[in-house]
Design a protein around this ligand. Structure first.
Ligand code: AMP
Length: 547
């Protein structure tokens, strides 16, 4: 028997709100977390975006908020501005019948409007660590009365170097607070954070990647590296794509792909770290509104992306890490809907695919690339189907007049229809069916090589710790570390402003005694390593080199 929202001890106003939003039953993470949080327990939810985790923490918070208290009662710490806005929107939706005041705070925005709102009184604040810390240090944000703290996407915050800021923020809240931590993965640093700040937390796991991929139709197709573009365009011909997210490893890859798809008449745009925050949001908005059919993204640029109703996720490049795979494909088939995830692999990557299957405990089914004949048949069937629809509708008065005029000129009716179809199919010329070669098995070409493919940007020897394990990232070294008092935020700030790249694109940071390591997207390497001006951290000029 499925649980209903009414069985979770939620306030009728909250049940009314979620019912109006079309939620018929709680999702597994909600079923598990809501009762615990209402009881006041600390919880760790190993759950990704798309599992319904926002409602899992938002509903209990809304349930316990006491309106008109003039103090911040709940704090939600999130990695990105986008997520802060999404959380606030969700809370406003769920709290539409509760008189709560909720505010998003994030960097890159003027302080004053946020300060004004805080001065007027806010019950729930959702914000990014840097801006929260700034507001605390300016004595604008007072967390002394906070009763619940949520750390959302904690592993993202860790990889963005926010862990120290989170420590400081938590130390500003009362030790009696309730703490909820959500993270797709639980690396040791997150577990340490939980040990330090949480009281006997109850852990809820949705089975790693299993829950995410359970609903999906997952397929893979083996192609030669050089044939990937051709293979993708062939799949676009036969798949019923309403909206698709294509993941490519590098920025250059995203542009090439998007251009090819556009030439073929699909509305496609790139989402990579080159975009300014504004351009990124405009692109996302167009995608959300279905004005854009395809987004071609790098993993880094797609961080924190929450878009629903994606019919297809394509992995143009296989990610090295199974968790990244789960994260990517989890963006389709949201909220109980089924989705399709298609991965292109080279023969060498079969082994990596096996690792993903083991990790998710789900089989990824092989698929055969559509042949030229399949595509031509598919185009023909589609055309005939569309004509059938028009013939049923019968709304073509003007076109009929043209046909009648042509008949009067003495043309044969069948000839006229055939010519009309020829015109209708003219756009197919834009979409030549790209040739795809026989798949070349690695043993036949390079018997001496091992299965692991060479990764772009990692042709140097893999010195332990000096190479980023994240796809598309390159590890750099800075000649300053703990001894000089460097904090992750200093590194993000220095690199972001030097290279003119958004801070959220910067990856893992590790601060050692005398030096620090930082991952940056490979695509930004030229800007980051540009020697046009000095890079400063804590007023000291630093050296930034590849690790
Ligand atoms: P989240 O993981 O919080 O980002 O939620 C993913 C999506 O699921 C959001 O669009 C929510 O609106 C939706 N959602 C959350 N809870 C439910 C539910 N119980 N039933 C249906 N949809 C839901």
């Amino acid at each position: 028997m499925t649980t209903e929202f009414t069985q979770l001890n939620l306030h009728p106003q909250l049940i009314q709100a979620v019912t109006e939003l079309g939620y018929t039953a709680p999702m597994p993470v909600q079923e598990a977390i809501i009762p615990l949080m209402i009881e006041g327990r600390d919880v760790i939810g190993q759950a990704q975006t798309g599992t319904g985790k926002t409602a899992a923490f938002a509903l209990p918070i809304l349930q316990t908020i006491q309106p008109q208290q003039q103090v911040v009662q709940a704090l939600i710490v999130v990695p990105t501005r986008e997520l802060a806005l999404q959380v606030v929107e969700a809370i406003s939706d769920y709290g539409r019948y509760r008189p709560v005041r909720v505010l998003a705070v994030y960097g890159g925005q003027p302080y004053q409007p946020q300060i004004n709102r805080l001065r007027k009184g806010v019950d729930i604040v959702a914000g990014t660590p840097g801006r929260l810390l700034d507001l605390i240090q300016k004595h604008i944000l007072n967390l002394a009365e906070v009763r619940t703290v949520v750390l959302d996407e904690a592993d993202e915050m860790l990889s963005m170097g926010f862990i120290e800021d989170i420590n400081t923020i938590l130390s500003e809240t009362p030790s009696t607070r309730q703490t909820a931590l959500f993270s797709a993965t639980l690396p040791p640093q997150i577990r340490r954070l939980a040990d330090k700040y949480m009281c006997n937390p109850q852990a809820i796991t949705l089975g790693g990647g299993q829950a995410t991929v359970a609903m999906l139709d997952q397929r893979y197709c083996v192609v030669n590296q050089n044939d990937k573009l051709a293979a993708l365009t062939r799949m676009f011909e036969v798949e019923e794509i309403t909206s698709a997210l294509v993941f490519a490893r590098t920025r250059a890859g995203t542009s090439e792909l998007a251009n090819e798809l556009m030439t073929r008449g699909y509305s496609a745009e790139v989402l990579n770290g080159d975009l300014s925050q504004d351009a990124r949001e405009q692109t996302l908005q167009r995608f959300r509104e279905n004005k854009l059919q395809v987004l071609v993204a790098t993993d880094v640029a797609a961080r924190g992306l929450d878009i629903e109703d994606i019919s297809h996720v394509f992995n143009y490049d296989l990610p090295d890490d199974p968790e990244i795979y789960v994260h990517r494909v989890g963006r389709t088939g949201r909220a109980g809907k089924s989705g399709i995830a298609i991965t292109l692999i080279t023969p060498r990557e079969r082994r990596n695919l096996k690792q993903i299957e083991t990790f998710t405990r789900h089989k990824i089914n092989p698929m055969v690339l559509p042949s030229e004949e399949d595509i031509l048949n598919h185009r023909k069937d589609k055309l005939v189907k569309q004509m059938g629809i028009w013939l049923q509708r019968g709304r073509y008065r003007k076109e009929r007049e043209i046909v009648e005029a042509l008949l009067l000129e003495g043309h044969d009716a069948v000839e006229i229809a055939a010519a009309a179809l020829k015109v209708a199919r003219a756009d197919e010329k834009q979409r030549p069916i790209a040739p795809v070669g026989e798949v070349v098995e690695p043993a036949a070409r390079h018997p001496e090589r091992r299965a692991k493919p060479a990764r772009s940007g990692s042709s140097r020897p893999a010195v332990q710790g000096s190479v980023s394990h994240e796809a598309g990232m390159v590890r750099l070294m800075i000649n300053m570390g703990k001894h000089q008092g460097v904090r992750p935020g200093d590194i993000v700030g220095a690199i972001a402003s030097h290279a003119h790249i958004p801070g959220y694109t910067i990856g893992k940071i590790s601060i050692q005694d005398k030096h620090s390591l930082v991952d940056v997207p490979e695509e930004f390497l030229p800007q980051v390593l540009a020697k046009n001006k000095e890079v400063f951290i804590l007023k000291q000029s630093i050296q930034l080199v590849r690790a």
